[in-house]
Design a protein around this ligand. Structure first.
Ligand SMILES: C[S@@+](CC[C@H](N)C(=O)[O-])C[C@H]1O[C@@H](n2cnc3c(N)ncnc32)[C@H](O)[C@@H]1O
Length: 426
């Protein structure tokens, strides 16, 4: 039984019955969902997050949501899913960076920005003097809304690019066919306004004075005069390391001297954050900073462990840095005690008399669940834990600091590779 093997290999056989019950859904899951779980467990082990600190919420997310969000659930495509507020801290990072200030006509490229381009719209508002360009290969020519307000996006040749809520859709073939039929009838005029709505060239509606949107991808886009910042978040996670290396080479050719390339992952409101900041120098891109959000030191979510490839650098760097910090007994005990108290205040994932973290209260709405980690991150940073974590890294020999947006930052080092897993498969 794979559950028993995971339990003994990664958690010393100590997973709680509640966590095992949530993970049971993985027994018959697709190979890539099982591989994702296996990878998450290896990252947790690297980070020294053990069985007692494996929250019921994380377990539910691995058991329920991993099988619905892996590439096989999306016919292998990269979903353009994004959300407003996701990169607010990165916007602030760019606005206040102490070692990078654009000299003229600042240009910001949000690469693989997703659709609707919420994070790029946020950036254009946050950086009103910058020219902001959102770029994504999945921008469609037609956007179709059904009677319930769900949308699908299509290329000019009527190829389906994406439909919303796809990860929870039980019959993907039927939904694709339904949206395709709706597009056909909206284009030939046979559908009524109640049945659906058609928007042609849909990205245009989001453009503004300092925001333009363009279809393109890594290696397929350039900016006249170059860019000062290229942000590429939640994109590399879908690809392997050689893809990343090609992307860095391309970014180096697009950036102005001194320009920044920022890549990594964020979940809601810049939590579960881990990112690398490269700077363009005369000899190419140089990694200047790796940073992560402080609640990653013992997350209640899956997001910091969500990894589709073993060799994703930010996942490895995050787990390795967290493992180094959690190896400091004094800091770990102080942090864990405070985290337990904050969770008790919030009434979620509370530690039970058996010593294990619990889950979210029954029926807690998703929006409320998503709001928990941002609260934890803000409280922990305000109480000095990001600065203290940086101090622990310094004591362990790293060049580390709390950066100007409250993340634990360090001079990048190459983390050791992840040990092989129990499950093979992407
Ligand atoms: C999960 S979304 C991330 C959206 C947004 N950046 C965010 O962080 O919320 C991943 C995006 O990567 C885009 N993508 C896929 N292949 C790409 C490529 N080769 N170059 C640039 N973007 C790509 C997809 O179309 C998709 O919109």
């Amino acid at each position: 039984m794979i559950l028993d093997r995971w339990n003994s290999a990664y958690f010393d056989g100590r997973l709680s019955p509640a966590v095992l019950a949530e993970l049971a859904a993985l027994t018959d899951a697709s190979p890539d969902a099982q591989a994702l779980a296996d990878r998450a467990f290896r990252l947790m082990r690297r980070a020294r997050v053990g069985a007692a600190d494996f929250s019921g919420l994380t377990a539910w997310m691995i058991g329920f949501s991993a099988p619905r969000t892996v590439p096989s659930a999306w016919s292998g495509s990269v979903p353009p899913v994004t959300m407003s507020g996701r990169h607010g801290k990165i916007d602030s990072y760019v606005a206040g960076n102490p070692w990078h200030t654009p000299v003229r006509d600042a240009v910001f490229v949000d690469l693989g920005c997703g659709f609707p381009p919420f994070t790029t719209i946020d950036t254009a508002k946050r950086l009103p003097t910058w020219r902001v360009i959102g770029v994504d290969p999945a921008f469609g020519d037609y956007l179709v809304y059904d009677h319930a307000g769900a949308y699908a996006s299509f290329a000019a040749d009527r190829r389906l690019l994406y439909y919303q809520a796809g990860n929870y859709e039980p019959d993907q073939a039927a939904t694709s066919a339904r949206f395709r039929a709706l597009l056909d009838s909206l284009l030939d005029g046979s559908a009524s306004a109640e049945e659906g709505e058609l928007v042609r060239d849909p990205v245009r509606q989001y453009e503004s004075d300092n925001l333009t949107l363009a279809r393109g991808g890594i290696g397929e886009f350039t900016v006249d005069g170059g860019a000062d910042v290229i942000r590429c978040m939640n994109v590399f996670m879908y690809f392997d390391h050689p893809f990343r290396e090609r992307a860095l080479e391309w970014a180096s050719s697009v950036l102005r001297p001194g320009g920044l390339f920022i890549c990594g992952s964020n979940w809601t409101e810049s939590v579960a954050s881990r990112y690398t900041v490269y700077q363009k120098t005369a000899s190419g891109l140089v990694a200047r900073e790796f940073a992560f959000s402080v609640e990653n030191l013992r997350p209640i979510e899956l997001a910091p462990w969500y990894a589709l490839h073993d060799d994703n650098l930010e996942n490895l760097a995050n787990a390795s840095a967290v493992g180094t910090i959690r190896a400091d007994d004094e800091f770990r005990e102080r942090f864990d005690t405070r985290m337990d108290a904050l969770l008790a205040d919030l009434g979620v994932c509370m530690r039970g008399p058996d010593g294990y973290l619990g889950g979210a209260p029954e029926g807690m709405p998703t929006e409320e669940l998503s709001g928990l980690s941002p609260v934890l991150a803000a409280r922990l940073d305000a109480e000095g834990f990001a600065s203290d974590a940086a101090e622990v890294l310094r004591a362990a020999g790293y060049d580390a600091w709390r950066n100007h947006v409250g993340h634990v930052a360090m001079r990048p080092v190459t983390p050791p590779p992840l040990e092989p897993g129990l499950v093979t498969g992407r």
